[in-house]
Write a protein that binds this ligand. Structure first.
Ligand code: SF4
Length: 334
């Protein structure tokens, strides 16, 4: 991937939360929510970010936008390091980077009309006169399938799918280059999920917007993503073009995750191994490869050495000792 193709580059992103307990609220440990994460998002494409609940994917989205401050690491948006910038720099960048929240019920202020909700980012960023803003709100609402004449109504007067469209309009109104959508479909009825997915794909094609789609619905991620990154205990364990990852997952954890998805192609193999044990606590991640206590393919080295995320032929990257030789072969070529 050339530098010009990459709109967002994340390296070594880390966030450990302090856990407290007892009457005095003393520190009892550190939750390694995100633990040295690397990822790249290409311009005009969607990166799907998947993993079990608690793997750190939602925290990752918030860290990228600095809604939470990272402990370590760099986040470069169009070459500019967001983490090193001031909050004032970040405010400017938020025009280009927007967030769509999971819950369209909780994320829209019930006391504001739809027009006021979509206007808010324009006011914050000092965009346009009242008349120009109204015109822009109407255009944006129309684009997401909400009739502009309804802009005086309140969120409770809309269905779940319509509210998520309003959430997308709020993200879209400033003309962003990147939208991070955190489980945008999970609170919606199955019957409206497809129409919201189609809307996101349409606006991507029309405006060239890049998306990070955070989701546990692997079928939706496959449908919408160009690249897919799989997270486990705060790190990426595999990232690959979506078609390749779903057709031939390499990391044992990815194989097991995908086993739970009904295959679109009934001829795909279904003989992947079953997952063992519970997800370890992010306060006490296992030594070596954090997946080793549950991995059916583990070897002696796995409990001792943490495998790096290494490049394999074909643009895939995997953090697993099973591919050490392949990875080092490609590293030699590069
Ligand atoms: Fe399994 Fe070892 Fe690979 Fe980890 S490094 S996924 S334990 S084979």
């Amino acid at each position: 991937m050339s530098e010009g193709d990459t709109i967002l580059q994340v390296r070594g992103l880390t966030k450990h939360f302090v856990a407290r307990g007892g009457l005095l609220g003393r520190e009892t440990g550190r939750v390694r929510a995100v633990d040295g994460l690397d990822l790249d998002v290409r311009r005009g494409e969607t990166l799907g970010l998947v993993g079990e609940s608690g793997c750190g994917k939602s925290t990752t989205g918030r860290l990228i936008l600095r809604l939470i401050e990272p402990d370590e690491g760099s986040v470069r948006f169009e070459g500019r390091d967001i983490v090193a910038g001031s909050q004032a720099d970040m405010r400017l960048l938020r025009r280009d980077m927007q967030f769509v929240f999971q819950d369209p019920y909780a994320s829209l202020n019930p006391r504001l009309s739809v027009g006021e909700i979509v206007e808010e980012p324009l006011i914050v960023h000092g965009v346009g006169s009242p008349g120009e803003r109204r015109e822009r709100i109407a255009t944006t609402l129309r684009r997401v399938g909400i009739r502009p004449e309804l802009m005086g109504r309140y969120p409770h007067e809309f269905s779940g799918g319509q509210r998520q469209r309003i959430g997308i309009a709020r993200a879209l109104v400033l003309g962003p280059k990147l939208i991070i959508a955190d489980e945008p479909l999970s609170a919606l009825d199955v019957s409206v999920q497809a129409s919201v997915m189609n809307l996101m794909q349409e606006i991507q094609e029309e405006f060239g917007i890049s998306f990070i789609l955070i989701a546990h619905d692997l079928a939706a991620v496959e449908h919408m993503s160009h690249q897919v990154a799989v997270m486990y205990l705060g790190r990426i364990v595999e990232v690959a073009p979506a078609e390749e990852l779903y057709a031939a997952p390499k990391h044992p954890y990815t194989q097991i995750l995908l086993q739970s998805v009904p295959p679109l192609d009934p001829h795909l193999p279904r003989s992947w191994p079953r997952i063992e044990g519970e997800v370890p606590s992010p306060m006490r991640p296992p030594s070596g490869c954090p997946f080793h206590p549950r991995c059916p393919a583990r070897m002696a080295v796995c409990s001792v050495e943490r495998p790096p995320l290494q490049a394999l032929p074909g643009g895939r990257r995997v953090a697993c000792h099973l591919y050490d030789a392949e990875g080092s072969t490609e590293a030699g070529v590069n």
